[in-house]
Design a protein around this ligand. Structure first.
Ligand SMILES: C[S@@+](CC[C@H](N)C(=O)[O-])C[C@H]1O[C@@H](n2cnc3c(N)ncnc32)[C@H](O)[C@@H]1O
Length: 165
C-alpha cells in the first residue's frame, strides 16, 4: 500500500492522542507507520504471515508494537482497542480461501476487542462480506467512501461498535 493511501485511512479515522490503534492485517506496516506520525496511546500491528511481520518490524518506527497473530483470534484483551485501521485481503488481491468466513471471524474478533463505541476503518472491495459480518456482530456501518486505485474500486468502510441496551 502507498503511504498516501495509508494517510487517507488515518485521516478518516480522526486520530486522537488517546487512541489505542490496531492494524491486524498489517502486511508491510504502511498503515501503522503512517499512524505513528501522530501521537497515540498505543499502536499495534500484526499479521498472520511471519515474513510480513519481519518487514513491518523494519518499516515501522519504534513506537509501533509489531507481532505475529491471526486477525480471527488475536491476543488483545476484550474492549481494549479504540480503533482498528486496516486493509484486509480482498478476493482479487490475495487468495485467502473462504473470504466470507475470514471477514465473519475477523469482525467477530473486532467486536470483542473494541471498546464500546470503538470504530473500524477498513479498505476493501468485499462489500457483501462487510455488510453481512457487521450486522451479525453489532457493528454499524455508518460511512462509505469510494476510491479508485490502479483500476480497482475498493471502498473505505467506517463502522462503529454499538452497545446493546
Ligand atoms: C492487503 S494486505 C495488507 C497490506 C498492508 N496494508 C501493507 O501496506 O502492506 C493483507 C494482509 O493480510 C494478511 N492476512 C491474511 N489473512 C490473515 C489473517 N487471518 N490474520 C492476519 N493477517 C492475515 C496477509 O498476510 C497480508 O499481509
Amino acid at each position: 500500500m502507498r503511504p498516501t493511501v495509508a494517510a487517507v485511512l488515518v485521516r478518516i479515522s480522526q486520530p486522537s492522542k488517546n487512541d489505542v490503534c490496531y492494524d491486524p492485517f498489517c502486511g508491510s506496516g504502511t498503515i501503522p507507520d503512517e499512524r505513528a506520525h501522530l501521537p497515540a496511546r498505543r499502536i499495534l500491528a500484526s499479521d498472520i504471515d511471519e515474513g510480513a511481520v519481519m518487514v513491518a518490524e523494519v518499516n515501522c518506527r519504534d513506537s509501533v508494537v509489531v507481532f505475529h497473530a491471526d486477525a480471527r483470534k488475536t491476543p488483545s484483551q476484550s474492549e481494549s482497542v479504540d480503533i482498528i485501521i486496516s486493509n484486509p485481503p480482498w478476493n482479487k488481491q490475495i487468495a485467502v480461501g473462504d473470504v466470507r468466513a475470514l471477514y465473519a471471524e475477523f469482525m467477530a474478533e473486532a467486536a470483542r476487542i473494541l471498546k464500546p463505541h470503538g470504530r473500524i476503518v477498513l479498505l476493501t472491495d468485499c462489500h457483501e462480506e462487510i455488510t453481512a459480518a457487521s450486522t451479525e456482530n453489532g457493528l454499524r456501518l455508518y460511512e462509505r467512501h469510494s476510491l479508485s486505485l490502479h483500476g480497482l474500486h475498493p471502498k473505505v468502510y467506517e463502522l462503529r461498535k454499538e452497545i446493546s441496551s
